[in-house]
Design a protein around this ligand. Sequence first.
Ligand SMILES: [Cu+2]
Length: 273
Amino acid sequence: MLRQERPPSRAGAWVLALFFFLFTAALLLAFLAPWRTELASREGRGIDGVILYVAVVSAVIVVAGHAALGAFVLRGGGGGYRRPSARAEWAWSLAPVALMVALAEVGVLVLGAPVWAQLYTDPAEDAIELEAVGKQFEWIFRYPGKDGKFGRFDPKLIHDTQNPLGLDEDDPAAIDDIVVRGVLHLPVGRDAVIRLRTQDVLHSFFVPQFRVKQDLISGFPTRTKFRPTREGKYELACAELCGLGHYKMRAFVQVESQQAFDAWLAKQIGQFE
Ligand SMILES: [Cu+2]
């Protein structure tokens, strides 16, 4: 037997309204709590701005949309279906499209383009360039050494303890390359260009304080660029589920003054002389 559908009751509408109020309050509270790590790069401010913009705009649209829905539920009261005019249908179809394009596309482009430029245009002239190699489950870093050139490497020459990057000793540019494990040293206030390679599967170079995350892709070198602005020791995590030991694939980034960095680098170079 078919039962007649009953219009939503006023009590039901109030429960709905209460639910959306609590939902909004929970969302706001979540955003008021500090959930981001401290900021330690020049690019980070713009990235945070884009994230905040997207979060706020999405929240406003969700809340406004549900408030409108609630208002219609309350007002409707079982009046039945009325067909709107063609004009109203067009208006209510085009207006949200225009609004969404303006908010989502134009807003993100205006805020995001300068950040994109910071990340992907050429580095400053005094940039430091180095390499970060990912492998299951470790990070290995290479600095170009005294000659400022990265030497040749060959996967066939890789030896886990003696030559983890497979540097070719027949290449004079490779002999002085500095290979370090565990801690990546960077001078503060200078662009850092990091060439990224993986020796096996996908990994991802992620330092939350720099707001930098870049994949390492098998057979396809990638790179990332950022300028550390604050001295400190930050955790570098692999942000790509890369196997059973993924959880322990981490290293540290030590951002230090130019003097401290030079002293460290001189010590590394000294080992070759
Ligand atoms: Cu990994």
